[in-house]
Design a protein around this ligand. Structure first.
Ligand code: PSU
Ligand code: MN
Length: 306
């Protein structure tokens, strides 16, 4: 008999936290390999882990290295993900072949949720989740992050979704899938770079305790699946929305003209937006991830007390 534990390596800090029921926050690795330029990505990844520690929880950055699922990475492993060109983006459907062929991959929101769940981790912090792409009625391009949120019981603290996506359709899809969308101290769903999107949330939670209680009620009732905890970027780090929307329009146009498809769409758009907005978007990006790590750690601390 084999089970999933045979495929997973959990580092000592995380093992200790699991054993003694200490709060843990999962962190994804696609953001490191495909979300940010080197060396800002490695610097940010380490700072985000530190933010989790400063706020009373244990960080568990997740990836696949040489066919092994890693829960908690060494700084050498993070450095490898940040600098190597041949780390592939791994979502749910990519997991079997990356593992079987001893390859390495950076995990998306979907696959990070899957591995966090296997390890017994409830809270996960990232920048933005995937969603329904603009024009999805023709392309069918809807991120596997959404179907994962429907079935895997992990709460994802994010700054909403980027408007490279259709935010309204993303929220409709989350409603259909039964995924609660909770605004953290906001009544508006944030759009990553900025605090507003023009769309509301299901409910507003005003502190980490309220968030923890919502998660406990959902999972106590066996309502399996994730929760989106939407935490807007701090005001002082908001990007200029005109600069961002101009860049996004250009990026979408280029993706269309270059016939970009499938799993390459999101990384292509992220890279283009990054290139077109230079420093502006990067500073915002780093600030919002740290802010999400802080709130996720605080919620993990409260969740463990309930
Ligand atoms: N959106 C962002 N930054 C990211 C991603 C999305 O603003 O880094 C990454 C995340 O890892 C997310 C993935 O899970 O892209 C979604 O890819 P796709 O749309 O192919 O499912
Ligand atoms: Mn897609």
């Amino acid at each position: 008999m084999h089970n999933f534990a045979d495929y997973i390596d959990i580092n000592d800090e995380v093992l200790d936290a699991l054993r003694f029921d200490k709060p843990i926050v999962a962190l994804e690795s696609t953001i490191i390999s495909h979300g940010m330029p080197y060396p800002d990505n490695i610097k940010t990844a380490l700072e985000v882990e530190d933010t989790v520690i400063q706020n009373g929880a244990v960080p568990a950055t997740i990836a696949i290295i040489n066919g092994r699922i890693k829960i908690g990475l060494t700084s050498e492993e993070i450095e490898y993900l940040a600098s190597s060109k041949d780390v592939t983006k791994v979502s749910r459907r990519d997991i079997p072949h990356i593992i079987a062929l001893n390859a390495s991959g950076a995990t998306t929101v979907a696959s990070t949720m899957i591995f966090a769940r296997m390890a017994g981790i409830k809270l996960f912090a990232t920048g933005g989740i995937g969603g329904v792409h603009r024009g999805a009625e023709k392309s069918f391009d809807i991120s596997a992050d959404l179907t994962e949120l429907a079935q895997t019981s992990v709460a994802v603290v994010c700054a909403g979704v980027k408007s490279i996506l259709d935010i309204g359709l993303t929220l409709e899809k989350l409603e259909t899938l039964g995924v609660p969308v909770i605004g953290y101290k906001t009544e508006e769903f944030p759009s990553f770079y900025t605090r507003s999107s023009g769309f509301g949330v299901d409910c507003t939670a005003n502190d980490p305790i309220e968030c923890a209680k919502i998660l406990k009620a959902k999972w106590d009732l066996n309502l399996d699946g994730g929760v989106v905890l939407a935490n807007p970027v701090p005001k002082e780090y908001e990007a200029n929305s005109d600069v961002i929307s101009t860049a996004i329009e250009k990026a979408l146009d280029e993706a269309n003209r270059n016939n970009i498809r499938g799993k390459h769409v999101t990384p292509f758009l992220l890279a283009k937006v990054k290139e077109l907005t230079v420093g502006e978007s990067l500073e915002t990006n780093i600030a919002l991830i740290k802010n999400n790590a802080e709130i996720a750690a605080k919620i993990a601390v409260e969740y463990n007390k309930l």
